[in-house]
Design a protein around this ligand. Structure first.
Ligand code: GLN
Length: 484
């Protein structure tokens, strides 16, 4: 049962071969039994889950269930959940019980989905390995001395270890796509503004976007159908009709123009990875797609621009954690300044502090033009590159990551090397485009992700392109050894 897709579980619930209570109990049991190996959950919401499952079964019995009614899911611990601890994997929020649900959570609740728990992540979503979490690192089910990727590493490990059939994530610079790639999952980061950020704890507001991680593109379409949409509570949410993402999955790919940026296939890409990506492209060619050579000339500037813009926005967003209103407060402060300094000093981890310091510096009066403004100009050039590329092609393909999952501890002492693991994903966030990662094979038994980037609001096409590949290949059906 655990290896079933969400689409299959929906079918089972509809035909009453299983109830939501049975399904939820089984997943909770599995989590309690084996998550100690992965550390993918920060909080398991057993009681709430069982209550939601009972309500879902009543809805299904009455015949007023929706697509997701009764389906258990896991949520990244960055989404506020009413009455449930929401930590963002930081000591700062270790005691924070959210007073409201994020819009994303509210939508899943209204649809009747069941929340199994809140997943581990990099602290405030800053990281590419899930090693910056206050609750300890997450282990990759494909190799337990390897990282699952980050920052949505707990969601990725939970789905890969079959502890949940799907999970939410957020992607500021690659945090859905990179862990999806490293854990053999399908992950989608929608267009900026497609999914509400209300109640999603802010890291870098102009880049953050919620999305999902599942085992198939069809499942991602099912979840996105519930998650996407305009939200008046998020001023950057875009008021544009939502496609039915499931409706277009079977469109034929004949004539699809796939752009291959030469910058994604240079020496930074491991050779074996490159050959897996080329194999995937061949599958598309055989399915009738055409290859177009394109250029994204400013790609190399994406990581430097991101590491000015994201820290700048994070330094501003995280100023709210002052020890006064919510979150951690140091003991016995001698005055207000001491309260601020020690509360923040004691509760933020090293990576978060590094980003706050870089961001504060980049925004300071004397340096604003030299760093922040310059980075924003580079960001525009990067967006223009994509705009020009999409005149020539319908989707862009390449690797999601330069390498497969690295070992725990391998890059944690060297922030710049860590930052470079997002070299192929970050430009997409700077431009605000939608993109996916789908399983495309293995190198030394570790998963390889194919990245598919689409034009604005072209999620439907991305999911169609991914789904068609999954009709021909079975990489996405592979599960880690010893897991069943
Ligand atoms: N790894 C990138 C960072 O550390 C992206 C993280 C993310 O997408 N949340 O900022």
């Amino acid at each position: 049962m655990f290896e079933k897709t969400i689409a299959e579980l929906i079918n089972d619930l509809t035909h009453k071969t299983v109830s939501s209570v049975e399904l939820t109990e089984a997943f909770l049991h599995r989590i309690n039994h084996s998550d100690a190996e992965y550390n993918s959950f920060i909080t398991v919401t057993t009681e709430q889950a069982m209550q939601q499952a009972r309500q879902a079964d009543q809805r299904l019995a009455r015949g007023d269930g929706e697509s997701l009614t009764g389906i258990p899911l896991a949520h990244k611990d960055i989404f506020c959940t009413k009455g449930i601890k929401t930590t963002c994997a930081s000591k700062m929020l270790d005691n924070f019980i959210a007073p409201y649900d994020a819009t994303v959570i509210e939508k899943f609740n209204q649809a009747g989905a069941v929340t199994l728990g809140k997943t581990n992540m990099d602290e405030f979503a800053m990281g590419s390995s899930n090693e910056t979490s206050f609750y300890g690192p997450v282990k990759n089910p494909w190799g337990k001395n390897h990282v699952p990727g980050g920052s949505s590493g707990g969601s990725a490990a939970a789905v890969a270890a079959l502890l949940a059939p799907g999970a939410t994530g957020t992607d500021t610079g690659g945090s859905i796509r990179q862990p999806a790639a490293l854990c053999n999952l399908t992950g989608i980061k929608p267009t900026y503004g497609r999914v509400s950020r209300w109640g999603m704890i802010a890291f870098a507001s102009s880049l953050d976007q919620g999305g999902v991680m599942t085992r198939t593109a069809e499942d991602a379409a099912i979840l996105l159908n519930v998650m996407a949409g305009f939200d008046s509570k998020d001023s950057t949410s875009i008021n544009q009709p939502v496609d039915d993402y499931r409706a277009n999955l079977n469109n034929d790919l004949t004539g699809l123009r796939i752009g291959l940026p030469k910058e994604f296939f240079d020496e930074k890409l491991d050779n074996q990875m490159a050959s897996k990506i080329q194999d995937a492209i061949k599958v598309y060619q055989q399915a009738g797609a055409e290859i177009v050579d394109i250029e994204l000339p400013h790609s190399a500037l994406s990581v430097p621009a991101y590491y000015v813009i994201a820290p700048a926005e994070c330094s501003s967003n995280l100023s709210r954690y002052d020890g006064v209103r919510f979150g951690y407060r140091c003991e016995n402060p001698i005055d207000l300044e001491d309260l601020y300094k020690r509360s923040r000093g004691e509760a933020f981890g090293a990576e978060v502090k590094r980003r706050i310091m870089i961001g504060t510096y980049a925004l300071s009066a004397g340096y604003y033009d030299a760093y922040y403004l310059k980075a924003q100009k580079v960001r525009q050039l990067i967006s223009n590159d994509f705009k020009a590329a999409f005149e020539k092609c319908d989707v862009i393909m390449g690797p999601t990551t330069p390498d497969t999952a690295f070992e725990l501890g391998e890059k944690s002492q060297d922030p710049v090397t860590m930052y470079l693991s997002d070299i192929y994903t970050i430009a997409v966030n700077l431009a605000g485009l939608p993109a996916m990662s789908i399983p495309a094979g293995f190198v030394n038994d570790m998963p390889v992700g194919l990245q598919i980037i689409g034009n604005y609001f072209d999620e439907s096409r991305l999911l169609n392109v991914a789904h068609q590949y999954q009709q021909i290949t079975d990489w996405h059906q592979q599960t880690p050894a010893g897991i069943c």
